[in-house]
Design a protein around this ligand. Structure first.
Ligand code: FES
Length: 149
């Protein structure tokens, strides 16, 4: 169900937002309006009305190596990046539940028994895991922040 990839371009098209220049590098888009910028205890700041409490900062796009990724141990998520496209998957290996250790050569790798998953799709590329990593929804702000959707 969840789209495993969030492409800035596709989100822009989906939101119907036409930006005159593609020169900004990071083009933002949030379909739901202002997103929380910090996960501090500053409640009552924004009248969400939508119950967007699950949305929180995961990483800056700039901090995700292009062609690689980062593992967010606390959130048990792995973010992968291919140019302008950032994807998010669970970091819990489908074999026996270890956290994946990193992204290298287009693969998300689990240190426990050597499983590897495609960084673009989450599909198994090497066992013993037999099930793919589940995609997780994310949003990217105008400022190039990756938020959990
Ligand atoms: S738990 Fe990841 S390969 Fe076994």
């Amino acid at each position: 169900m969840a789209d495993p990839q969030v492409s800035r371009r596709s989100l822009l098209e989906g939101a119907g937002v036409a930006l005159a220049a593609g020169t900004a590098g990071f083009v933002g888009f949030l379909a739901l309006g202002p997103a929380p910028e910090q996960d501090d205890d500053t409640s009552g700041e924004g009248p969400d009305g939508d119950g967007g409490q699950d949305s929180h900062f995961l990483a800056a796009v700039d901090d995700i190596p292009d062609g690689g990724g980062v593992v967010l141990s606390d959130d048990k998520l792995v973010l992968t990046r291919d140019g302008d496209t950032v994807r998010c998957f669970t970091a819990v290996c489908t074999h026996q539940g270890c956290l994946v250790a990193g992204v290298q050569d287009g693969q998300i790798r689990c240190p426990c028994h050597g499983s590897a998953f495609d960084a673009a799709t989450g599909a198994v590329v090497r066992g013993p895991a037999t099930e793919p990593l589940e995609p997780e929804e994310i949003e990217i702000t105008d400022e190039g922040e990756v938020l959990r959707a």
